[in-house]
Design a protein around this ligand. Sequence first.
Ligand code: NAD
Ligand code: LMR
Length: 361
Amino acid sequence: MVQSAVRILVTGAAGQIGYALVPMIAKGAMLGPDQPVILHMLDIKPAAEALKGVKMELIDAAFPLLKGMPLNLQDCLTMGRFLTSYGCIIAGVVATTDVAEACKDVNIAVMVGGFPRTEGMERKDVMSKNVSIYKAQASALEQHAAPNCKVLVVANPANSNALILKEFAPSIPEKNITCLTRLDHNRALGQISERLNVHVGDVKNVIIWGNHSSTQYPDVNHATVMTSAGEKPVSELVHDDQWQLHLLNSEFVATVQQRGAAIIKARKLSSALSAASSACDHIRDWVLGTPQGSWVSMGVYSDGSYGIQPGIIYSFPVTCQKGEWSIVQGLKIDEFSREKMDATAKELIEEKSLAYSCLKG
Ligand code: NAD
Ligand code: LMR
């Protein structure tokens, strides 16, 4: 049976993450190799020409999953489409600077549009520019997106932008609004794999707690590696490898926390291909489910789990099933972790009031 196409919005699609992300989606990295998609790409007027160029490239790449939509005769005539004896087809790409058109009937929204951090800036510095965009786009999504649209906010400050989007789109269920901390999660997996010289696919169950910022807490206390002798806790292998435990609590944590800044320093641009790939991972696991026995990190609306106050979007370990995420419960939290988890929550509470003051000003 032919599956019907899923409409996916990518805002900021002419930017660097957008440029890396749209071909990944069109190749099936987000929803699998058999799921047709229609890409809705939004950017602002000054980027309209560049956006047109991205659309041209998507057409030139001839992605089979970018599904054309059959139109009825009236629509064909209205749109001035060329009619053949087979009917009339429009391409599976919408490229627009009109936010209402971009949001129309989308099932998934990946919100990348905004201003990136440059060298020396903290994420808070991009706050005033970006939160007002998220307030405006919240209303557009609420009015025009398909019911049950799943939203992933990538643009920084990602947690606070997602919170503003949630607050100004009250009819979108709060469970449907998330932010990207999967990049940090993947960075933590990558660091463990490099340090222990194990395959990254054999490492699992790291956790990113809190904010997608330098206060995030990458936690390896529950992480494991699949070895020829079975599944081993990372802490055991670290001991074997002389990578002392204190390194996991200091150097490892700092490396993951500062990785975004290190990429900016090296590239003079913020991360793009890893951000795009992690956005695909986030949506794929949310929609298609997490593998048995493993969890991922997602920024979600806190329900008070682990003593994190409700009212902020905080990164937790989650498992996903049938398109729904649930916070993993019952993990043991040591004193060191408690302190770090609370520090990043405190930053998010401060960011929340800063975000509101930016919206007033
Ligand atoms: P970029 O500047 O290359 O692209 C951003 C695009 O957004 C531009 O094309 C710009 O014209 C567009 N834009 C600006 N305002 C818009 C609006 N109102 N509506 C639609 N589009 C709009 O930046 P980038 O490198 O692609 O990064 C995008 C965002 O993602 C930044 O905020 C960056 O800090 C963030 N980021 C987040 C993560 C994460 O893990 N959460 C990782 C990397 C980057
Ligand atoms: C990242 O983590 O790479 C991005 O959020 C860019 C940044 O501002 O650090």
